[in-house]
Write a protein that binds this ligand. Structure first.
Ligand code: BEZ
Length: 398
C-alpha cells in the first residue's frame, strides 16, 4: 500500500473511530482530561500506549525501546508525573498496515492518554493525521521520517529520537574528507532508506564527495545481498554508505565481509548498522565500520555510565540507542505529566513545550521549535575491546 493510500485510510479510520464514539452516545470523547480512560482506573492514574514492533525485522528494536521505557518506570516507582502508569503495549509489526490500526485501537478502544513508540518511518507518516485530528499526543521514540517534524509537523506529534536527514547528513562531510574516489549508497527500500540516502548525499556532495552508485533493496524481504554486493564491486566504488537496522543490518554486514569487501572497501553508515544486538551478531565482521549516531555505550560521561550499569543489571546486556530513546521518552512524559493540568492532548503538548533540556545518557538535548530532538551526533568506529566489539566514540560531528 502506498503512502497516499495509507494516509487516506488513516483519515477515514480516524473519522469513523471519532464519529463512532460520538454516535455511541457514551457521554465521553477522546478528551479524557480527568485521567485514566479505563472505567476501573483511578482519576489520578494514566494509561499510556506503547506501540513498538514485537514482530518482523525491527522486533529487536521494539524490545530495546520497551526495555528502556520500563527501566525509567521501574526507577520511578511505576509513576510518571506523580501518576501511576498503566502501560498498554501493542505490536507495530513491519509497517503501517499493522502499525496504524494498532495505534488507532490504543486510542479509541484502550483509551490511552498518549501513545509512545513507533519505529518505522512509514508507520509514523501513516499515523500523523490520526493524531493531528484526534488531538492525542504521539511521542515518536524512533521513526526518523523527516516530514513528521518538518513539512507535516503537528501540534500533537513530538519526537525524542532523530530525523533521518539529520543522522545521515551528519556523516557526509567526514566521508567526503576521508574517501578519495566514489562512494556507493545502499539502503532498505522504504521511506527511511530514501531519506537516509538523500540526507547523506546532500552534505556529502556539498563537501565535494562523488557518488558511484545508488541502490535500494526490498525492505524486510532481502536475505541474500550477494547481487547487490556484486553491483558494488562492479561499480569500482572506493567506499560504501549504508542504511540498515535490526535483522537486515546483521545480514548486510556479515555478507559484506563474506563477499570480500570488508577491509578493502571501507563501510560507513548510520549507527543503526552496528547497534546493540546487531553488532553482537556481526562480531568481527563489523570491525572498522564507521557510523554517525547520537549515542554509544562508550560515551564517557557519569550519566551514561550510571545508565549503562542500571540497564545491564536489569537486562543482562548493554543498552542501545533504542533503549536510550525509550528511556528518554518516559522521562519526557514524566516531565510533561508533572507540568500538565490534566492528561488531555492539549494539556500535555502545552507542558511539553516547557520541559527544557534533558540530562540524558546520550548527552543533554532538548526539543527544537519543530518538536524534534536537538542533540549532538558522534562519529563511531567499531573496535574490539576485551574480546567484545563496541562502537568507540572517535569524534563529534557538526
Ligand atoms: C525508520 O524507519 O525511521 C528507522 C527504523 C530503524 C532505524 C532507524 C530508522
Amino acid at each position: 500500500m502506498g503512502a497516499v493510500s495509507v494516509i487516506s485510510l488513516t483519515r477515514t479510520l480516524a473519522g469513523l473511530a471519532l464519529g463512532g464514539l460520538v454516535l455511541a452516545g457514551c457521554g465521553s470523547s477522546l478528551d479524557d482530561s480527568g485521567g485514566s480512560g479505563d472505567e476501573g482506573g483511578r482519576a489520578d492514574d494514566v494509561k499510556v500506549g506503547l506501540l513498538v514492533p514485537l514482530s518482523g525485522v525491527y522486533a529487536p528494536i521494539g524490545e530495546d525501546i520497551k526495555a528502556g521505557f520500563e527501566l525509567y518506570l521501574d526507577e520511578h516507582g511505576g509513576k510518571l508525573g506523580g501518576r501511576q502508569v498503566d502501560v498498554v503495549t501493542a505490536d507495530e509489526g513491519e509497517g503501517p498496515q499493522t502499525g496504524v490500526p494498532a495505534a488507532q485501537k490504543l486510542v479509541t478502544k484502550d483509551r490511552v492518554s498518549a501513545v509512545a513508540g513507533v519505529v518505522n518511518s512509514a508507520t509514523a507518516l501513516g499515523l500523523r493525521d490520526f493524531f493531528d485530528e484526534s488531538g492525542k499526543l504521539l511521542l515518536v521514540a524512533n521513526a526518523g521520517a523527516d516530514d513528521i517534524t518538518g513539512a507535516r509537523k503537528s501540534e500533537y506529534v513530538w519526537r525524542t529520537s532523530f530525523s533521518n536527514g539529520q543522522v545521515s547528513g551528519a556523516l557526509g562531510p567526514t566521508v567526503a574528507e576521508e574517501v578519495e574516489g566514489g562512494v556507493y549508497l545502499i539502503a532498505a527500500d522504504y521511506a527511511a532508506g530514501k531519506e537516509m540516502l538523500a540526507g547523506f548525499r546532500k552534505t556529502f556532495e556539498e563537501a565535494g564527495g562523488k557518488v558511484a552508485g545508488e541502490e535500494y533493496t526490498p525492505f524486510g524481504k532481502t536475505q541474500d545481498f550477494q547481487p547487490y554486493l556484486s553491483a558494488i564491486r562492479e561499480s569500482g566504488a572506493d567506499a560504501v554508505f549504508a542504511f540498515y537496522a535490526g535483522a537486515e543490518a546483521v545480514s548486510f554486514v556479515k555478507q559484506y565481509k563474506q563477499f570480500g569487501l570488508a577491509g578493502k572497501t571501507p563501510l560507513y553508515g548510520t549507527g543503526f548498522l552496528t547497534e546493540g544486538g546487531a553488532l553482537a551478531a556481526q562480531g568481527s565482521a563489523a570491525d572498522g565500520v564507521k557510523t554517525s549516531l547520537h549515542y554509544s555505550t562508550e560515551l564517557d560521561s557519569p550519566r551514561n555510565k550510571e545508565f549503562v550499569a542500571a540497564y545491564e543489571k536489569a537486562e543482562k546486556k548493554p543498552p542501545t540507542v533504542y533503549a536510550v530513546q525509550g528511556y528518554d521518552t518516559a522521562a519526557v512524559l514524566d516531565k510533561a505529566l508533572a507540568g500538565a493540568d490534566d492528561v488531555s492532548g492539549d494539556a500535555l503538548v502545552k507542558a511539553l513545550a516547557g520541559v527544557g533540556a534533558l540530562d540524558s545518557p546520550r548527552g543533554r538535548w532538548k526539543f527544537d521549535a519543530d518538536h524534534n530532538a536537538e542533540q549532538s551526533y558522534y562519529l563511531r568506529e567499531v573496535r574490539t575491546s576485551g574480546g567484545t566489539a563496541v562502537n568507540a566514540v572517535v569524534g563529534e560531528l557538526d
